[in-house]
Design a protein around this ligand. Structure first.
Ligand code: SF4
Ligand code: SF4
Length: 357
């Protein structure tokens, strides 16, 4: 297959051309169109990963596992999965450490909303070419192994960090998809192994979660711990989180492909929303639930809820604060939840020890 070629008939070529044009107009990148079946080798590796317990408390991943085999479990009669990438800015770790870290992808508008609205626009443009066909847009909202599907089109390859790496886009992009019963195919030339001779993300991963085989142990990943895990941290987990309040970008920031990526602009929805970023950790801790909900309106951060936000903030304070005045602020939040109380006690003891040393 030649570079960026569209296989098949004229209709397929017209669809690919339209998908490229519309994607560009909307700030997306058309990442190819794969078939409905998922690669069996991937399914057995993924099944092993689940059996080893590496998904932690994300029980829905196990429930969805049988549905990953074929896109027809999402849309009856589906024969194609169209993939789209939406890059986000990766500014680094450079805002005040005392404010706590928020992952770059969550500093603007919730990408689920942004992606789905763009995919609906694409469906509106594409459907006249396929009268009577069905289309379903998804962004983390359907059991589709999107990294694997985008690897099937050769848009990129799964790196050791488990993220999809594209030579042009790096790995800081969201994937979304349209599942359809219209037959559309597009693939790219097979990329070289992006990780050859590199182990930067393994060395930089603060939770030692990256296994090196393209899968991570989510239970040790700080993104999982701060976002997906709702319980009480162990001492080791709490310390590994450092000053992070939401997510971790180390595997993105350490990856050389993100320094080389050729992305000239980003959609305006991903512009950083100042307020949550500029609050100090103590100010974040003292937000009322109402203030938290107002400040996180339209943001992915809202999904973790106020109590988990407070738990993470207390944890970050315990790891980086040297100010004894943070202790009464922490104690004023006692009694709201068991995981938060555990973090408040641990953080207060750490700050007292640091302030007294
Ligand atoms: S997000 Fe952080 S903790 Fe998780 S795998 Fe990447 S570097 Fe490791
Ligand atoms: S940092 Fe290196 S090993 Fe890790 S995903 Fe990027 S290229 Fe691969």
């Amino acid at each position: 297959m030649t570079e960026n070629s569209c296989s098949g008939n004229n209709l397929n070529a017209a669809a690919c051309e339209l998908l490229e044009r519309e994607s560009e107009r909307l700030g997306l990148v058309f990442a190819g169109a794969a078939g409905e079946e998922t690669d069996r080798n991937f399914l057995s590796e993924y099944g092993r990963w689940l059996d080893e317990g590496c998904a932690g408390e994300m029980g829905y991943l196990r429930e969805h596992f049988p549905l990953l085999r074929n896109a027809s479990s999402v849309l009856p009669g589906a024969v194609s999965v169209l993939l789209f990438a939406l890059p986000w800015p990766l500014p680094g770790l450079e805002y005040p450490a005392g404010n706590g870290f928020i992952s770059s992808y969550a500093r603007g508008r919730d990408y689920h909303k942004v992606m789905r609205s763009k995919l609906r626009d694409i469906i509106r443009s594409l459907s006249p070419l396929y009268p009577g066909a069905s289309f379903r847009a998804a962004a983390d909202s359907a059991p589709v192994p999107e990294v694997e599907k985008a690897a099937e089109t050769n848009f990129g390859r799964r790196g050791r960090s488990s993220l999809l790496i594209s030579e042009r886009q790096g790995s800081a992009f969201f994937l979304g998809e349209i599942i359809t019963d219209a037959f559309i195919r597009k693939s790219f030339p097979e990329p070289a192994d992006p990780c050859r001779g590199c182990d930067r993300c393994l060395r930089r991963c603060p939770g030692h979660a990256i296994r090196g085989d393209g899968f991570i142990d989510a239970r040790k990943c700080l993104s999982y711990l701060t976002i997906e895990f709702h319980g009480t941290f162990t001492d080791a987990e709490s310390s590994s989180i450092g000053g992070r309040v939401y997510g971790c970008d180390e595997c993105l920031l350490s990856c050389p492909w993100n320094r080389r990526r050729k992305v000239s602009s980003f959609v305006s929805d991903f512009k950083e929303r100042g307020a949550l970023l500029t609050l100090t950790l103590r100010e974040k801790l003292l937000l009322s639930e109402e203030e938290f909900l107002t400040l996180t309106e339209g943001s992915a951060i809202r999904r973790i809820g106020w109590l988990q936000w407070l738990r993470n903030t207390a944890c970050a304070m315990g790891n980086i604060s040297r100010d004894p005045e943070d202790i009464p602020a922490l104690k004023s939040r006692l009694g709201l939840s068991v995981p938060l109380d555990a973090e408040i006690r641990r953080a207060s003891a750490k700050i007292a020890a640091r302030a007294g040393s």
